[in-house]
Write a new protein. Structure first.
Length: 67
């Protein structure tokens, strides 16, 4: 069983998809080629970023809770 948020212990989480620029030309031309899933605690705001391309194998929320 998961222990909840590592900062406050709550289990109420949210999920967002975000994209960010890299460095070099992608930054200069504002090309947002880095895609992440953000899992955050709705109680305290603690957040963790997961690379969308490499996190398809498991449940990201389980990773957030240390499962």
């Amino acid at each position: 069983m998961a222990d909840g948020c590592i900062k406050c212990g709550q289990y109420d989480v949210g999920e967002k998809k975000v994209s960010m620029t890299g460095s070099g030309l992608s930054k200069m031309f504002d090309v947002q080629s880095n895609n992440f899933t953000v899992i955050y605690c709705k109680n305290c705001g603690y957040s963790e970023f997961y690379n969308r391309d490499s996190s398809k194998a498991g449940n990201i929320v389980d990773f957030f809770f240390g499962g």
